[in-house]
Design a binder for this molecule. Structure first.
Ligand SMILES: [Zn+2]
Length: 570
């Protein structure tokens, strides 16, 4: 069995994420992790919060809390929501961890030793009132080009002209409103990515089977304009990883921190160290160091398309530039965007459904199933309440839920709450077994290739095949003339419930657990051979009729929710 390292892009600490964020990385990563574990592979599945940078400082100030306290609280909120959605991380770490501080400083040190870091002087807008240098997007003023009064320091949203903060007329800090600003000289460290361009490109060219979406974005950044740019990796902030050269102070860099985008991906590695330090694992290096066993690891990353440049270029630049034997990504799965009901999700306007709200109104499996079966893989996709209602009611309630309900209730009323004995399988049963075997192969193939929508389609088809068999076999009619044959039909159908529970667990883990519990079995063995699997629950095996698996979404609920989430979150 292979070993699989899986990471999901790490969500930023400020605020609760919406369903578009969820389906863009964490949820499909969980699907894949659960599938591989189900197949018997060894998996290490990691995610964390991305905690540094100005937005975290400002969000903490707005909440009236010290930034470390704010981040600790928001980490707990996000960790609880991840649990609520059944995201089965082996560890949910924090980029502010001591492990990440040390590792980030280590990488900066070795990159400097390898001649890949340069100190550059530049001027930046400093706000006396705020007592800090202002990132460009926290400066606003009048656009010199079009006269728009709320142009940002990096760009005018009205005429789209790229700007420098010094271009703005009457600039002010958007944090304090102060106009007491001056251009001040400061020094920063730059990672000389331009020196690594050929090595990065050669590495990308070696990759087989990466999605076009991934490689095209990487190539664009490698070649557009002047090609891969050197990148500032430090900031004049207080919240972050202090700039050090390994364990040593870095003269001239006192009081500065590493840029959040430098330390955030390093957290993927630090998170594995946190996992060990939390007592959940005993060896992080065999997952991350190719000189300590990680050459046998297959490493898959999940992310939204906006994160692709950082994962194909910036983080590899750090790893390659270090000259050390770090495991690099083998397959990078990126997603397009999920839109919301004719527009975009909007965190600032509260438009769309956010993770906490989703769990308030429906169990996680409803969301997991819909989001994954409609994942924005080859293009953007859209959430509408009509589609959500239609899909969930049909797939989960009418097909899977109905099958389970009819089979278990019929057995209880005509036989007992135990797998009935008697009869043998005939042509209809043989045909179903063959169909399921063929579809299972297609399901496994799609899952192995991380084709999320296709996997859902194949799973749904296996549920439907059971339903169609039941409809055609009609044990409720057969029972009157031939109870033995009805017993064989129901015995097959009861075993299908266990098979469905195991195959569906990556998509709908809670319903799956309910089914296994109702079938009174701990056997989660993958049903590789359907013919064997349909006899796993033997004659006489006792079960219980489960409560209704999925309630249907009513038109009234649909309309109420559509109105509630149109954009009013306070
Ligand atoms: Zn303008």
């Amino acid at each position: 069995m292979a070993r699989h390292l899986i990471t999901s892009a790490i969500p930023y600490i400020n605020g609760i994420k919406h369903l578009g964020n969820l389906v863009g990385s964490q949820l499909p990563a969980d699907l894949y992790a659960r599938y591989l574990r189900g197949r018997g592979h060894e998996v290490l599945f990691l995610c964390a919060t991305d905690e540094h940078g100005t937005p975290a400082e400002l969000a903490a100030a707005k909440a009236g809390k010290p930034v470390d306290e704010y981040c600790a609280e928001m980490w707990q909120v996000q960790a609880d929501l991840a649990d609520g959605f059944g995201l089965s991380f082996d560890h949910y770490g924090r980029s502010s961890s001591p492990q990440n501080h040390k590792l980030t400083q280590h990488f900066a040190g070795v990159l400097a030793d390898n001649g890949l870091i340069e100190e550059r002087a530049e001027t930046q807008m400093y706000s006396h009132k705020d007592g800090r240098f202002l990132p460009d997007r926290y400066i606003e003023g009048t656009c010199p080009n079009c006269g728009f009064e709320s142009a940002r320091g990096d760009q005018c949203d009205n005429c789209t002209k790229q700007l420098d903060p010094v271009d703005l007329i009457n600039p002010h800090s958007t944090i304090s409103g102060s106009t007491d600003l001056e251009m001040r000289e400061t020094k920063h460290l730059y990672l000389l990515q331009s020196k690594l361009k050929d090595e990065i490109e050669a590495w990308i060219d070696q990759q087989e089977g990466w999605p076009v979406l991934t490689t095209s974005i990487a190539k664009k950044w490698l070649h557009d304009g002047d090609g891969l740019q050197d990148r500032g990796i430090t900031r004049d902030l207080s919240w972050g990883v202090p700039v050090k050269r390994g364990d040593e102070d870095w003269p001239g860099m006192e009081g500065k921190v590493f840029y959040v985008w430098f330390d955030a991906p390093i957290e993927y590695i630090a998170c594995a160290q946190e996992w060990v330090d939390a007592g959940k694992g005993d060896d992080w290096a065999r997952w991350w160091r190719t000189d300590e066993g990680a050459e046998d690891v297959r490493y898959t990353q999940f992310m939204g398309k906006d994160n692709v440049p950082f994962h194909t270029l910036s983080f590899p630049a750090t790893l390659i530039g270090s000259g050390e034997p770090w495991k690099r990504v083998d397959y990078l799965k990126s997603f397009n965007y999920l839109n919301y009901d004719g527009g975009q999700f909007s965190t600032s306007r509260g438009r769309g459904v956010f993770m906490d709200q989703a769990l308030e109104i429906l169990p996680a499996d409803y969301w997991r199933w819909w989001l994954l079966s409609r994942a924005p893989e080859t293009s953007d996709s859209e959430f509408t309440w009509e589609q959500f209602q239609t899909d969930v009611n049909k797939d989960l309630a009418d097909v899977l839920g109905n099958f389970v309900s009819r089979v278990t209730k019929f057995c209880r009323s005509k036989f007992s709450e135990a797998v009935p004995a008697g009869g043998t399988f005939g042509a209809a049963e043989e045909a179903l077994i063959e169909e399921l075997q063929t579809r299972l192969a297609a399901y496994e193939k799609a899952m192995d290739a991380i084709e999320v929508r296709k996997s859902a389609t194949e799973l749904r088809a296996m549920w439907a095949a059971g339903n169609e068999y039941l409809q055609a076999a009609a044990p409720w009619k057969v029972f009157r003339e031939n109870p033995e044959q009805a017993a064989a039909q129901i015995r097959l159908a009861l075993n299908l419930i266990r098979i469905y529970a195991v195959l569906s667990a990556p998509f709908i883990p809670n319903a799956s657990a309910k089914l296994l519990s109702a079938m009174n079995t701990l056997d989660t063995g993958w049903p590789s051979d359907i013919r064997d699997a349909v006899t796993a629950l033997p004659e006489g095996h006792v079960f219980t009729v489960p409560d209704n698996l999925f309630d249907k979404i009513t038109d009234e609920q649909r309309d109420t929710w559509a109105e509630r989430f149109a954009g009013t979150r306070g």
